[in-house]
Design a protein around this ligand. Structure first.
Ligand code: ADP
Ligand code: ZN
Length: 382
């Protein structure tokens, strides 16, 4: 087992990564000095497989768990489900020292974390992420929340867990498409922070795709370490933390205009990362060979790297990018790479270059507007 610490003063916690951790859930929670009552929040897909071992482990350690099982899918990340959970917690008489166990992917983790942040003005919670995406990303860092009709994660809080347990065995039952989508987020860590990790992904991809526990454990631990380091320096995203959004400006907008139906999050950010890498070649001199490596790795994972949009979709995409929570004063800001392993945030990019990056026409010479701009000429028309 590997342990990564998230150093946040009084709110510090450990992320434990390894096989067979679910059966140790109760013993691990016992070390946290929490109340006896708790609630496991999960969804039907995960609950069917893992609620029993989680429940039994907690009971063996002397806890008194309630089980709350929700429907799977993004629609569950809604204030309505939170209200449902509050009622169950109250029925089960959870009090201030009681705790919640979030057992599932990002949807369950964000919702259960939000419930924990708000029930009785906040009770402790433990994350047991069961998707690759949740293990490397959403379960670490304390962002919790639910969606509104107007957009994703519009209601939420920063509420750090007491512990994160990443049981590698649970990844075995994850659908192939979900697993590959999770790898998009892993590739992101290589690009934003760690060229060695990127190289390791290139070398070990076949083992990772076989879900070899040793290879996966090392990579997941490294991603958590990177996220922990970033979050420790900038818990509430006033600067550095925004580098975690590499590929997400376009990725989030693509998810939004396809009504969260066509692409999984990881697939959308794969496309977003390639577009951001193209912009990086243009704007920051990311070596072309490194752009090619990024595209090749994502393609080997089986992720999409390009999108074809008609004029209407394109318009909607730009509108969606401007609606992003992170936009200030109508300016879209990008995280761009100088080279694999090093990025800068807050980069402004002209709209026509974003279009050219989406089309794949940069860095190959660019659109006529972009070419004109580079040549120092004024564009022919505005
Ligand atoms: P994410 O973690 O990518 O944000 P979700 O929480 O929506 O996504 O989980 C993706 C899907 O995978 C959901 O249908 C969920 O029920 C299912 N799921 C999560 N973990 C597992 C697992 N370990 N085995 C099988 N299915 C899982
Ligand atoms: Zn993401």
């Amino acid at each position: 087992m590997r342990t990564v610490n998230v150093p946040l003063g009084a709110r510090s916690y450990a992320i434990k990564i390894g096989p067979h951790l679910l059966r140790r859930l109760g013993a691990e929670c016992a070390r946290l000095k929490l109340g006896q009552r708790c609630a496991i929040i999960t969804d039907t897909n995960v609950g069917r497989r893992y609620a029993r071992p989680a429940f039994d482990s907690l009971a063996r350690a002397g806890f008194c768990p309630a089980l709350v099982i929700l429907n799977p899918g993004e629609a569950t990340k809604h204030p309505r489900s939170a209200a449902q959970c509050y009622d169950r917690l109250a029925d089960h008489r959870l009090e201030r020292r009681s705790f919640i166990v979030a057992l599932g992917g990002g949807v369950v983790g964000d919702l259960a974390g939000f419930v924990a942040a708000t029930y009785l003005r906040g009770i402790p919670f433990v994350q047991v992420p069961t998707t690759l995406l949740a293990q490397v990303d959403s379960s670490v860092g304390g962002k919790v929340g639910v969606n509104l009709k107007a957009g994703k994660n519009l209601v939420g809080a920063f509420h750090q867990p007491q512990l994160v347990l990443c049981d590698l065995d649970t990844l075995r039952t994850l659908p192939e498409r979900e697993f590959r989508a999770g790898l998009a987020e892993v590739v992101k860590y290589g690009i934003i922070y760690d060229a060695d990790l990127f190289g390791r992904l290139e070398r070990e991809l076949p083992r990772l795709l076989r879900r070899d526990a040793r290879a996966l454990g090392a990579v997941i631990a490294r991603c958590c370490e990177i996220k922990a380091r970033i979050v420790a320096q900038d818990e509430t995203e006033s600067g550095l933390r925004s580098i975690l959004n590499f590929g997400h400006t376009i990725g989030h907008a693509l998810e939004a205009i396809s009504h969260y139906g066509r692409y999984l999050h990881g697939e959308a950010i794969a496309i977003g990362q390639v577009a951001a890498a193209r912009l990086s070649v243009q704007q920051l001199g990311l070596p072309r060979a490194q752009l090619e490596r990024i595209i090749a790795l994502l393609e080997r994972i089986g992720l999409p790297t390009q999108v074809r949009l008609n004029a209407r979709q394109r318009q909607k995409l730009f509108a969606a990018m401007r609606l992003d929570k992170k936009v200030r004063g109508g300016q879209i800001r990008f995280v761009l790479a100088k080279r694999i392993g090093q990025v800068v945030w807050g980069q402004h990019v002209p709209d026509e270059l974003i279009e050219a990056a989406l089309d794949g026409t940069i860095p190959d010479g660019g659109t006529s507007t972009a070419r004109a701009r580079r040549a120092g000429a004024r564009p022919a028309s505005a």
